[in-house]
Design a binder for this molecule. Structure first.
Ligand SMILES: CC(C)(COP(=O)(O)OP(=O)(O)OC[C@H]1O[C@@H](n2cnc3c(N)ncnc32)[C@H](O)[C@@H]1OP(=O)(O)O)[C@@H](O)C(=O)NCCC(=O)NCCS
Length: 233
């Protein structure tokens, strides 16, 4: 418990003093698992309130904005968004991600091919903005290429390669991604922001859950698990 409390304080400190200064703007209540593993490179990176990042050493989350004489990348992430382990977002132009959008593990989003077809030393004519709407769910290991717009509420299937625009309220999958289903726009979709409506309740619930998981996990147990791990460690 003591270790957990210390970890929480340390995490918060790293988020506020290491991560926040690297964003141009970052909203309130940012939650990051293993914030030291998040790589932020370049400027012009913005994120809204309640951004959740799940990152770790093996699957680091990285947000990169590239600047050249001709252009400057920009990443704008809305409120209540989720970035899962290994997500890479790289911009030489502009990438916008709407509120409530969830990006699953190891997704790659890039608004540039980084090399031209005939100019292999510069990203020449191979850069175009990406706009991902609100409440979009991008599945595991999908790739979203330059110039793509994805409409509100749509779902991108795992492993898809999205190189064409996706309308709103559909499910796309495959390589190249094509519409496989249409969502019923009359049906209510529970969005991520719902999790934070009783904001205090959410954090208390998370802490209560952690306490349940860590019931037998005292400081001594934690130390033992580091040197002589058992089946449950
Ligand atoms: C996109 C997805 C949500 C759709 O699920 P679903 O509505 O149950 O889809 P179905 O299983 O009915 O599939 C419909 C068709 O699309 C195809 N399809 C579904 N997902 C696909 C994918 N990722 N790639 C290629 N084809 C896919 C199916 O083979 C099926 O084709 P058929 O009609 O020729 O048989 C799901 O397939 C998916 O990709 N889930 C991954 C979610 C994820 O990444 N979670 C990580 C945690 S956030």
């Amino acid at each position: 418990m003591l270790v957990k409390k210390f970890q929480r304080i340390f995490n918060r400190w790293i988020i506020e003093h290491k991560l926040r200064p690297q964003f141009d703007t970052l909203g309130r209540d940012t939650a990051v698992l293993k914030p030291l593993s998040v790589n932020i490179t370049g400027s012009n990176i913005h994120a809204g309130d309640y951004l959740h990042i799940i990152s770790n050493k093996q699957q680091a989350v990285s947000l990169t904005c590239w600047r050249s004489k001709q252009q400057q990348g920009k990443i704008v992430i809305g409120d209540y968004c989720l970035l899962s382990p290994g997500v890479k977002i790289a911009s030489a132009n502009s990438i916008k991600i709407g509120n409530n959008t969830m990006i699953a593990a190891e997704v790659y989003i890039s608004d540039s091919d980084w090399h031209g077809l005939y100019n292999r030393v510069r990203p020449f004519r191979c850069t175009s903005p990406i706009c991902i709407g609100e409440n979009v769910w991008v599945g595991l290991r999908a790739i979203i290429g330059k110039g793509v717009s994805i409409g509100d509420n749509s779902v991108v299937g795992a492993g898809s390669v999205v190189v064409n625009d996706v309308p709103k309220n559909v499910v796309v999958a495959g390589n190249p991604a094509r519409v496989i289903k249409t969502l019923n726009p009359q049906r209510r979709i529970l969005k991520r922001e719902f999790l934070f409506q009783g904001k205090e309740d959410y954090w208390l619930e998370q802490e209560a859950l952690e306490d349940i998981f860590n019931k037998n996990n005292g400081t001594l147990h934690w130390l033992k698990s580091k040197f002589i791990p058992g089946r449950e460690d």
